[in-house]
Design a binder for this molecule. Structure first.
Ligand code: NAD
Ligand code: MG
Length: 286
């Protein structure tokens, strides 16, 4: 692949796996250097098996955190790979196969994180789902809507509600938004609406829990090379994926993870709450 020219034609079924991807995404395996920013912290990362979530799990482990990752059962090979990366840092990785469209699973992943890691300091609401469709609202079925809204929004409420029963002062919640909240594509009408809602949820929840010393922020990535893309975008889109960003290319998961480290750090981001941090290759997030 030449940077700026997108990616080779390829397709997968959702949720998508890392191994078949060409080229392999870069999660920072050989580059990320930790400096103890999250020493002793316990973090739950939904969708932590692959893509941005894997890069965050790896970075958090190298910063000294133990992590729990929640993911769909069919993603077990990716979850095993993430666990190997985390455990290579001498950190714990609790594996939580689940279906976050189900309320009880959302509550259970939080309870198991707390029970197995011994607490919860950082919640990363990263799991997400999209499916590109032809450009008409008429193509979106109720089944489609249920999957997109339950994964991206209902789960956000259910996981966060339960997490807040366990989080105290110094805690951080970081939601994965998207450039789609600001510059929506017609082919992602349903997904883009959920991402705009996530931004609104972020500032509003920050106002509610600020007095408890808990910070709530979001990261809004631009086009990032993850399994979600070959699993949900047509080949014609992949071939130019990222070329419309001012930096002229898609980003790698390793380029997004440092924003999640910054927002999790109660030293570096102690006065940062209710904000949406763009990591977009130059696309505006306002
Ligand atoms: P990814 O496919 O690697 O990660 C998404 C993860 O969501 C999956 O690994 C899966 O474990 C999880 N997930 C989806 N449905 C689930 C369910 N029902 N139960 C449990 N887990 C479920 O892709 P990614 O691009 O790293 O996505 C992570 C987040 O980043 C998503 O919220 C996505 O919307 C957001 N995002 C991605 C991009 C991009 O270009 N890749 C851009 C902006 C925002
Ligand atoms: Mg995955």
């Amino acid at each position: 692949m030449t940077e700026g020219q997108g990616f080779p034609a390829q397709q997968q079924q959702p949720p998508g796996l890392t191994a078949p991807m060409e080229p392999r995404p870069d999660h920072g395996e050989s580059t990320y250097r930790g400096t103890g920013k999250l020493a002793g912290k316990h973090a739950l990362i939904t969708g932590g098996d692959s893509g941005i979530g894997r890069a965050v799990a790896l970075a958090y482990a190298r910063e000294g955190a133990d992590v729990a990752i929640a993911y769909l059962a069919e993603e077990q090979p990716d979850a095993d790979e993430t666990a190997k990366l985390v455990e290579a840092e001498g950190k714990r990785c609790v594996q939580l196969p689940c279906d976050l469209t189900q309320e009880e699973d959302c509550r259970e992943v939080v309870r198991r994180t707390v029970a197995e890691l011994g607490g919860l300091d950082v919640l990363v609401n990263n799991a997400g789902y999209q499916m590109a469709r032809r450009d008409s609202i008429a193509d979106i079925t109720t089944t489609d809507l249920d999957r997109v809204f339950k994964t991206n929004l209902y789960a956000l409420f259910w996981v966060t509600q339960t997490a807040l029963e366990h989080m105290g002062s110094g805690g951080a919640i970081i939601n994965n938004s998207s450039i789609q909240a600001f510059e929506p594509s017609t082919s992602l009408l349903d997904y883009a609406s959920t991402k705009a809602a996530i931004n609104n949820f972020t500032v509003n929840l920050a106002a509610e829990v600020g007095e408890r010393g808990i910070r709530v922020n979001a990261v809004a990535p631009g086009p990032i090379w993850t399994p979600l893309q070959p699993a949900t975008q047509p080949e014609s889109k992949l071939e130019v994926f990222g070329s419309d960003a001012p930096l002229g290319r898609a980003g790698q998961p390793r380029e997004v993870a440092p924003a999640f480290v910054f927002l999790a750090s109660d030293a570096d981001a102690s006065y940062v709450s209710g904000t949406v941090l763009g990591v977009t290759g130059g696309k505006p997030v306002f």
